[in-house]
Ligand binder design. Sequence first.
Ligand SMILES: N[C@@H](CCC(=O)N[C@@H](CS)C(=O)NCC(=O)O)C(=O)O
Length: 202
Amino acid sequence: MLIRTSFGSPFGRKTRIAVSVLGLDGRVKVESATTQDPSDPLRQQNPLGKIPVLVLDDGSTLYDSPVILEYLDHLAGGGKIIPTDFKKRIEALKLQALADGLMDALILIVYEGRYRPAEKHEQKWLDLQQGKIDRALAALEAAPPAIDAPPTVGQITLACALGYREFRFPGMLQKNCPRLVGWLKDFAARVPAFEATQPPAG
Ligand SMILES: N[C@@H](CCC(=O)N[C@@H](CS)C(=O)NCC(=O)O)C(=O)O
């Protein structure tokens, strides 16, 4: 099997960390994909042209990252990063949804800079995304979640979201979210795949 992603993508990072914590490294390779290149097979593999995509051994594909994590968990026997206990499962999926939304808002701000010249930046749109980021981080800072062994899909996604926040907007997390900075350090210490999947500089 093959994960196609860029090495800077926080959604791709989720899937790479999941492969490692589930002990699937020997079964899943990672290959670089480029969302902006129309000749990259990505648009045939996912009509949305988004990464990550998981290419299965029969050539069929899966997306998006929550679906890929569900598939990987099943492959590893189930109930590992998606708890079977209903209350814990809903809690993990809700945390995943919040952290995915946080990454979406961060990425939309990055794309505003990437795809529009500075004079065309839409402040109302940027403020709307920033509000999502601020509220999500405030809610998480007020009550940082546990870190299970292995981490749940929610905890993996939160680590990737905080890592992306720090990668794109260095220093902001330290300034406003000291408890989440501590949480992320703890996560990195417990889950070696986090450091191993750091985005490349630039
Ligand atoms: N909901 C998707 C989001 C994936 C996503 O937004 N990926 C970004 C890169 S980090 C992307 O492919 N952007 C290109 C595009 O939107 O065309 C997931 O969880 O996999």
